[in-house]
Design a protein around this ligand. Structure first.
Ligand SMILES: Cc1ncc(COP(=O)(O)O)c(C=O)c1O
Length: 471
């Protein structure tokens, strides 16, 4: 294994190589535009990667949401779409699959995750009530606030420290939750908003042990737990790998056991469930279900399609079964880790441990000379695009938005740029190109100035805000 005879990747990392449990049947050509064209595209996009045209992007790591590749089975399922307005057979297939995979009793389909968040928030939160959660998610918290809720973060402190190696940084701090209960009274807490894994913390998991204790605490006080199951399959992988007593259990078994401790879940099926569009809401309480099923008609569509075509529900049902296969999850997270290991070895600051769906670059340590209100993570996303046409996303001060009471920026402890890996889309060679680009941007970091925001929309500003470079 000399320089003339480079080792395989597996050998370089001291292990046998693994490969994805699929082969490629159809390809989508990529466009590579040169640096002056990228400079122009970035300017036109107001230095916001959400506003770039995808045809100007080479490797698109904006999000893992709806960007995965469907299998031949899923595409075949699309041809079995029953597009009846009511009672589509694909709905019943989806319903049975969610019931048998996640274990919940009643299912409402929605067009995507935020449709489910909207329904759940409007139905279960009384104005002035609190919602306690293991870190916020942008759309989730906004729906909770629009329903009159007050979000309180009860995640463990380690989650706010990008270098803390805690294996379950998504855990709920039960003392923080108990303090909230003591302060406002259990009756004033609408529900616990539990995400597995926690996107904004870097894709960090919740342990089964933590959830069991949370369940006991909530049972003592009559508080419900609703799960953001968007990346719960990935959470189950970390439990299998890291938590005592789970190594011999399958991801499917762990997933079901985890969900059994919760009262219901909402899902952005565009992630774990391997579809380009879709979502669902599932609960065990019949009365709540009746209310949700009634309301879904107002906002999404009839309760047997919820804003989706029959073919979308069929693809989702098949995707759910594929999503819980151990080998699929292992190679999916393995690819994320591969990129993370390269960057860690090269001294690039990233959130540790590497989570399930993305590498989160720690922009505060990447650009120590940039104050947070110069938008370091947004700046880093712009620089990566400029360097090699790689699209990433800001997860820092811009995403955190403004405090509804004071109107000031929220200053989150984590100022991150997310390189999100779509499922079953890119190869190891793409990861190498990304790693080398991040390194080049890191090497040139001290020449980078920040950005100023020149247009700020009222809601979820990170999607459409515009910036100009400083200096
Ligand atoms: C953790 C989490 N929850 C909820 C959502 C919202 O889902 P959707 O984008 O399908 O509306 C997302 C999507 O980005 C997410 O990552």
């Amino acid at each position: 294994m000399t320089e003339e005879h480079p080792a395989t990747m597996g050998q370089q990392f001291g292990r046998r190589s693994w490969a994805e449990p699929w082969k490629i049947k159809m390809v989508e050509p990529l466009n590579v535009i040169d640096r002056p064209a990228r400079q122009k595209a970035l300017q036109d996009a107001g230095y916001n990667t959400f506003l770039l045209r995808s045809e100007d992007v080479y490797i698109d790591l904006l999000t893992d949401s709806g960007t995965g590749a469907m299998s031949d089975r899923q595409w075949a399922g699309m041809m079995l779409g029953d597009e009846a307005y009511a009672g589509s057979r694909n709905f019943y297939h989806l319903e049975e699959t969610v019931q048998s995979t996640y274990g919940y009793k009643y299912i409402v389909p929605t067009h995507q995750g935020r449709g489910a968040e909207h329904l759940l928030s409007q139905t279960t939160i009384q104005p002035g009530q609190y919602v306690a959660g293991n870190m916020y998610f942008t759309t989730t918290r906004l729906h909770q606030e629009l329903a009159g809720g007050i979000f309180v973060d009860v995640i463990i402190d380690a989650a706010h420290d990008p270098q803390d190696p805690h294996p379950f940084k998504g855990n709920v701090d039960l003392d923080k939750l108990q303090a909230l209960i003591d302060q406002v009274g259990a009756g004033q807490i609408a529900y616990i908003s539990l995400a597995g894994t926690v996107n904004m913390a870097g894709g960090q998991p919740v342990s089964m042990a933590n959830l069991r204790l949370l369940r006991q605490l909530c049972d003592r006080h009559g508080i419900r737990i609703y799960l953001d199951a968007t990346r719960m399959v990935e959470n189950a992988f970390f439990i299998q790998e890291r938590e005592d007593g789970f190594a011999a259990k399958s991801i499917a078994q762990i997933l079901k056991e985890f969900c059994a401790y919760t009262d219901g879940a909402w899902m952005s099926a565009k992630k774990d469930n391997l579809v380009n569009i879709g979502g669902w809401l599932a609960v065990n309480d019949k009365e709540l279900f009746d209310e949700l099923r009634n309301r879904v008609i107002i906002y999404e569509g009839l309760h047997t399609y919820g804003g989706l075509a029959g073919r979308d529900m069929e693809a989702m049902a098949i995707g759910i079964v594929e999503s819980v296969q151990d080998e699929h999850v292992r190679t999916r997270i393995g690819q994320v880790r591969y990129l993370g290991t390269l960057l860690t070895n090269w001294g690039v600051p990233i959130v540790q441990p590497v989570g399930g769906h993305a590498i989160f670059l720690d922009a505060k340590r990447f650009y120590p000379h940039l104050a947070q209100d110069l938008f370091p993570a947004q700046t880093l996303a712009a620089e990566l695009y400029l360097d090699a046409g790689i699209r990433s996303m800001e997860r820092g001060i811009v995403s955190a938005g403004r405090d509804p009471k004071t109107g000031d920026h929220r200053y989150p402890a984590l100022e991150l740029t997310r390189l999100t890996i779509p499922r079953r889309v890119y190869t190891q060679a793409h990861m190498d190109v990304v790693a080398e680009s991040v390194k080049a941007v890191h090497d040139a970091r001290m020449h980078t100035r920040g950005l100023k925001m020149v247009y700020e929309p009222k809601y979820l500003r990170f999607f459409q805000a515009r910036f100009e470079p400083l200096g």
